[in-house]
Ligand binder design. Structure first.
Ligand code: C2E
Ligand code: CA
Ligand code: CA
Ligand code: CA
Length: 276
């Protein structure tokens, strides 16, 4: 007879089998997603808190699978990373987003910055710099209108290499954001070694700034570090006016979040752009 303990083990392994099965199905569907036109980009505004102007957008991947419907990036990005599919997908993201940004400029809107998430796997490619340079050339987008978002965790994998690559990006004229700041190792010791332009305060700190003294203190400290390192500081996940008020009083430069707009399709984003 089965003991209770054995049943518990069985329960977990059933769950694991189910999860693994879904992962395998998604993986196989993801292999055809690019080719089937199932991937598209949404764009989320970044707003200057003082002027309330839209100064940039973050490109965010969306996957509407023919077979399985909408799959969240939280689920499919890790699969894309593991399988290496993130390499062709990531290149498609770069190309599509740069093309879009150039198109908005050609249509006569005031130029904005296009911010793109780079995955660890992409960043580790030896020829990632050439790839980005080529895409800028192909799309005719001026490098200063491209911003690359990297995470601390990514940059720490091979510190020396990372610093070199980031410096090369800077020489290209591309700007760099440190994403999800505060959730990784967050060593202030190496922060100044990275040639950064922007620090993005992770949304987990913003969520509780009005209720939790520690979150508020951390956000204040990050803003203060940003100022002393001469970086632009942006708060992620800003949803309510109380958060805006706090960030304004602490002189945070920019915000991104549902308060101003969720990520939206290009046509919808276009309505928020300013004619030049
Ligand atoms: P992230 O880079 O930290 O992106 C911000 C996430 O916060 C996005 O989730 C965005 O939709 C969400 N968000 C924005 N404003 C708010 C808000 O006010 N409240 C809340 N609760 N959430 C907000 P999303 O689009 O689901 O993307 C999740 C993650 O997937 C991203 O986190 C990023 O790490 C990854 N990702 C998305 N697109 C790409 C891509 O093109 N390439 C790579 N490598 N990763 C991507
Ligand atoms: Ca990001
Ligand atoms: Ca983030
Ligand atoms: Ca994140």
């Amino acid at each position: 007879a089965k003991t209770k303990g054995a049943n518990v083990v069985e329960y977990y392994s059933d769950e694991m089998i189910k999860k693994n099965k879904r992962k395998m199905l998604l993986e196989s569907a993801l292999r055809n997603a690019l080719h089937n036109n199932e991937l598209h980009l949404h764009y989320q505004p970044k707003v200057n808190l003082q002027t309330r102007k839209l100064v940039g957008v973050e490109a965010l991947l969306r996957w509407n699978s023919n077979k399985y419907g909408m799959i969240s990036p939280g689920e499919f990005i890790p699969i894309a990373e593991e399988t290496g599919l993130i390499i062709p997908i990531g290149e498609w993201v770069l190309k599509t987003a740069c093309t879009q940004n150039k198109q908005w400029q050609d249509e006569g809107y005031e130029p904005i910055t296009m911010c793109i998430n780079l995955s660890a796997r992409q960043f580790q490619q030896y020829n990632i710099l050439d790839k980005i340079a080529n895409i800028l050339q192909e799309t005719n987008l001026e490098p200063k209108y491209l911003n690359i978002e990297v995470t601390e965790t990514m940059a720490m994998i091979d510190l020396e290499q990372s610093i070199e690559k980031l410096n090369a990006l800077k020489r290209l004229g591309v700007s760099i954001s440190l994403d999800d700041f505060g959730t990784g190792y967050s060593s202030l010791n190496y922060l100044h070694k990275f040639p950064l332009d922007v620090l993005k305060i992770d949304q987990s700190f913003i969520r509780n700034i009005n209720s939790d003294k520690q979150s508020a203190a951390i956000v204040k400290a990050i803003i203060s570090v940003s100022k002393s390192l001469d970086l632009t500081v942006i708060a992620e996940g800003v949803e309510i006016i109380d958060q805006i008020d706090f960030l304004l009083s602490e002189q945070c430069d920019e915000v991104q979040g549902y308060y101003f707009s969720p990520p939206v399709p290009s046509k919808k984003l276009e309505e928020m752009l300013t004619p030049a």
